[in-house]
Design a protein. Structure first.
Length: 178
């Protein structure tokens, strides 16, 4: 198995584990508003998308130096990967809840794992493509960073739509008592 394939597998395992750990960080930090920038502050779909994003960011920091030589399209690959992860989660969640009418914890976990697998697989495929222009990679990096900024900002200023609504307490974003 080549190095890139090993990193893809390591990414699937690491990003999955990181996501599960990050899920509880807000409560472990007693509702720290700083941690709320990076981890879910409630049970909304939007807040849970942070799990994938920040897990991929953390893994990418570790992964970059050992594999950077010989890689093509790094930022484009990571941006497509994270968007794939997030879109997979949203489609599965809203698809199955529309059909069955309720949230099923096991399916939520499986949707995250499938999203991670999709992310890592697409990233791997794009790494192996012929190099794209630096412009495409720079735009991709800007999109990737912007998504992280959006996760933080929309935790404090969420729109009042279903994606941002905590189904348990019917609130949006971080509440004043947190």
């Amino acid at each position: 198995m080549n190095s890139l394939k090993r990193w893809r597998l390591a990414g699937i395992i690491t990003i999955t584990i990181l996501g599960f750990c990050l899920h509880y960080l807000f409560s472990w930090t007693d509702g720290s508003k700083i941690s709320g920038l990076f981890v879910p502050v409630n049970e909304s779909v939007w807040e849970h998308l942070k799990l994938g994003y920040w897990s991929v960011v953390l893994f990418s920091i570790v992964e970059y130096l050992p594999i950077k030589n010989g890689l093509n399209n790094y930022y484009f690959a990571k941006t497509v990967g994270i968007l794939s992860l997030e879109i997979t989660i949203v489609i599965i969640f809203y698809g199955y809840t529309f059909i069955v009418g309720k949230d099923i914890f096991l399916i939520d976990i499986l949707s995250y794992i499938l999203g991670v697998i999709s992310c890592q697989h697409l990233t791997y495929i794009i790494f192996k493509l012929e190099p794209f222009s630096m412009f495409i990679n720079r735009i991709s990096l800007a999109i990737f960073i912007s998504l992280g900024v959006l996760f933080g900002v929309l935790t404090y200023y969420p729109p009042h739509i279903a994606l941002f609504k905590d189904p348990n307490n019917k609130t949006y974003g971080i509440t004043k008592d947190k």
